[in-house]
Design a protein around this ligand. Structure first.
Ligand code: NAP
Length: 305
């Protein structure tokens, strides 16, 4: 066996992966924890989290830090690399990363989901030049400016609320007549004078000279174009899985999630999945953490035979 082989390679250090790391460590397993960006995953783009029991209202970064401190206490240092593929080689799994290869007697996939693109003209070209996918990360660049948020779910409503405390006007652009997000966020949005709700509007294109200067929308109710002079466009139109690279190792669902039940076992013995990248109905920090505990416990059972 390769000297670098660990009992388990965990792909992703969001709430699911960090919990799996803590449980695997408690069970006596050696761990490689891979993370492609910032530990904490999607929670780091939330300004306030109020549905994670035991910590009251807490910032996304703050909760990520609390979880990460426990990982560090276990003596686990994440390796910052992006996992691209999983291969089985003679009873051992190899994870091919962008920078190196990692070997494990079993694997826990905990890579979460990524932000969906809305698909308007100029979205990619202007990303980082006025188009953003994270109000908490980029909002401060738009102090006292006019911005727009695209989307109608919890994320878009949260981002609009956050930005309304920083920006002059926040146009909240949603393609349907009513929002999909929870009532508490919809009610809070209604109370903010500087959030202008543009329902039945779709984004068509952004324009600008190197940086966003405005966005063109389609008002579906009037079947007419609408132009807004805004400096920032925050896209919050949902999340998509990022599992294509693992498709040869495990079975994916039609929409790209890893196929596994509540026991977190994939179709490949020795490969487990937890958190948002698993097929499931409720994607929350709480459910990710629960999954992490289950996946690590099943990995321990698998290795002990
Ligand atoms: P979501 O609930 O899937 O909502 C996505 C929104 O974007 C929908 O309103 C959708 O419109 C719209 N949309 C999708 N594609 C679009 C496009 N191409 N152009 C324009 N609009 C488009 O996604 P989310 O808000 O990111 O939330 C994801 C998950 O995280 C949800 O389960 C959510 O509850 C959870 N979350 C929870 C919290 C919390 O509990 N505090 C906070 C944030 C997120 P349609 O309505 O027409 O489909």
């Amino acid at each position: 066996m390769n000297l670098k082989t660990k009992d388990v390679v965990i792909i992703g250090a969001g709430p699911a992966g960090m919990t799996a790391a803590v449980y695997a460590n408690s069970g006596g397993l050696s761990v490689t924890l891979l993370e492609s960006g910032m530990y904490g995953g999607q929670m780091t783009v939330s300004s306030v989290i109020d549905n994670y029991p035991g910590v009251g209202k807490v910032g996304g970064y703050e909760l990520a830090d609390m979880m990460f401190r426990r990982v560090e206490e276990c003596g686990i240092e994440p390796v910052y690399d992006t996992a691209r593929r999983i291969e089985a080689t003679g009873g051992i799994f190899k994870v091919a990363g962008e920078a190196a290869e990692y070997f494990g007697r079993c694997i826990i996939i905990a890579n979460g989901v990524k932000r969906r693109e809305a698909g308007f003209e100029g979205e990619r070209a202007y990303t980082g030049r006025g188009v953003s996918y994270c109000a908490v990360c980029d909002g401060s660049f738009y102090r006292e400016a006019d911005v727009c948020v695209i989307g109608g779910g919890n994320s878009a409503l949260e981002e609009a609320l956050y930005l309304s405390g920083i920006c002059r006007t926040v146009y909240l652009v949603h393609r349907r007549e009513s929002f999909r997000g929870e009532k508490k966020y919809v009610d809070a949005v209604k109370k903010r004078d500087n959030i202008v709700k543009l329902t039945s509007h779709r984004p068509i294109r952004v324009w600008g000279d190197g940086k966003v200067e405005g966005i063109e929308l389609r008002d579906d109710a009037k079947d007419a174009p609408v132009k807004l002079n805004v400096k920032g466009v925050f896209v919050a139109v949902g999340l998509v899985p990022d599992n294509v690279g693992f498709a040869e190792a495990v079975t994916l669902t039609e929409d790209g999630y890893v196929l596994a039940g509540e026991d977190c076992k994939t179709t490949a013995p020795g490969i487990f999945v937890c958190g948002d990248s698993r097929r499931k109905t409720v994607r929350q920090i709480t459910t990710a953490v629960g999954d992490g505990a289950v996946a690590a416990s099943e990995a321990i059972r698998y290795l002990r035979g």
